[in-house]
Design a binder for this molecule. Structure first.
Ligand code: TXA
Ligand code: MG
Length: 357
């Protein structure tokens, strides 16, 4: 048991150069420098950080999360210059992508250099690096003076945390400090892109979409193991093989025309209720009034994928607080950020998807 310090920092005050907020960042960076663990907000999800060049610190992350040791971590930097010593070389496309999308929700996989401890990469020859945009994340990395290793700050198997309360729930007494700094606005983890191969491959869809990447570099492919029909393949991003985002209830996705989906879900909920079971529904704002039973939670407006992305993990956690046994969810259109949303939903559902006519 560790006595976890909860430290509140206002990101907008920090950006304005408020001395009190800067002092709190300094305090957290001292914890990192001494080999401790600090959970902090990023624009994607909260991360659990430690000195990324120190094997002893990194091991604490795996312990606190209960994370399998064969799942490598992302290194977080505060500038493009910091990447050079961490990798063998930065491919040409790497520079282009960093200049366009950093700071932001894009993680790049490159050949690692000798300074990277094997605890970061779980034995791989490559390392994943990202420069976050959130002022608290950047402030903490800068003040610590080292790259910060940080997976999502949830207990392994739970949805990634997008609010400090989620982190406190999962990691209290397991980490040295938790920075409470508001909600993560993207709400889904970063896009992981392997640029050691030609063309680069998306290993995990996220905030920077395939369409956005293709405006900068010619062709981008997607790891076929991410597709619903290829669950027999081994994903190249080790983390994608775990049943992450698994809520307590079973999740079933229903896809089809609006009327078809609503009728199908209403029918399934009626069946479950007749069996004496509790059903939940993830609807959209436009459809929420059309469900006749079950506990309905709206994930946001259909035409606002950003809103849907930022609500997804909170809704999954909210359902964990209820006695709902099965959650039926409407499918989301798989364009742009919708691709990443469906990827996380499919994982939460263990790939159970029903087509409604
Ligand atoms: O948005 C994010 O990326 C958040 C915030 C905190 O930055 N971090 C995050 O970390 O989601 P984590 O550890 O939950 O997910 C990292 C993913 C895993 O799927 C892992 O397998 C993959 O990145 N990964 C890490 N290093 C890799 C490598 N060398 N090759 C392939 N995949 C790698
Ligand atoms: Mg994670």
């Amino acid at each position: 048991m560790i006595n976890t310090k909860i430290i509140e920092i206002d990101p907008s005050k920090l950006e304005e150069g408020n001395l009190e907020e800067e002092a709190k960042i300094k305090e957290c960076s001292e914890i990192i420098k001494k080999g401790g663990t600090v959970a902090f907000p990023t624009e994607t999800v909260y991360g659990l950080g430690a000195n990324g060049l120190d094997p002893f610190s990194i091991k604490k992350i795996y312990e606190a999360k209960g994370r399998p040791s064969d799942n490598p971590l992302i290194l977080h930097v505060a500038s493009i210059d910091e990447v050079k010593p961490l990798v063998k070389e930065i491919p040409e496309v790497g520079f282009k992508l960093m200049k366009t999308f950093w700071p932001g929700p894009l993680t790049l996989v490159m050949e690692k250099s000798e300074v990277i401890p094997r605890e970061i990469t779980a034995g791989l020859d490559t390392v994943a690096i990202r420069m976050p945009e959130h002022p608290i994340a950047r402030g903490l990395i800068e003040a610590s003076g080292v790259p910060i290793a940080a997976p999502s700050a949830n207990r392994s198997g739970k949805p990634s945390p997008t609010k400090a309360e989620h982190v406190i729930e999962d990691l209290s007494a397991r980490v040295d400090a938790i920075i409470s700094g508001g909600s993560s606005n993207v709400g889904l983890e970063s896009t992981v892109l392997d640029i050691t191969v030609e063309p680069p491959v998306i290993l995990r869809p996220g905030g920077i979409t395939k369409e956005m990447l293709e405006q900068v570099i010619a062709v981008v492919s997607t790891d076929p193991a991410l597709e619903k029909d290829h669950q027999d393949l081994v994903p190249r991003s080790p983390g994608m093989k775990y049943t992450h985002y698994a809520p307590k209830a079973d999740v079933v996705i229903v896809k089809g025309s609006d009327e078809g989906v609503i009728a199908k879900i209403n029918g399934l909920v009626a069946e479950l209720t007749a069996e004496g079971k509790n059903a939940g529904i993830i609807s959209t704002e436009e459809t929420k009034a059309q469900y006749s039973g079950g506990l309905v939670k709206s994930i946001g407006r259909r035409n606002d994928v950003n809103e849907i992305a930022s609500n997804l993990f909170t809704i999954l956690r909210e359902f964990d607080e209820t006695n709902v046994e099965v959650i039926f969810t409407e499918a989301i259109e798989e364009t742009g950020l919708g691709k990443a949303i469906m990827n996380r939903l499919l994982k939460a559902a263990g790939y159970r998807l029903i087509e409604a006519i």
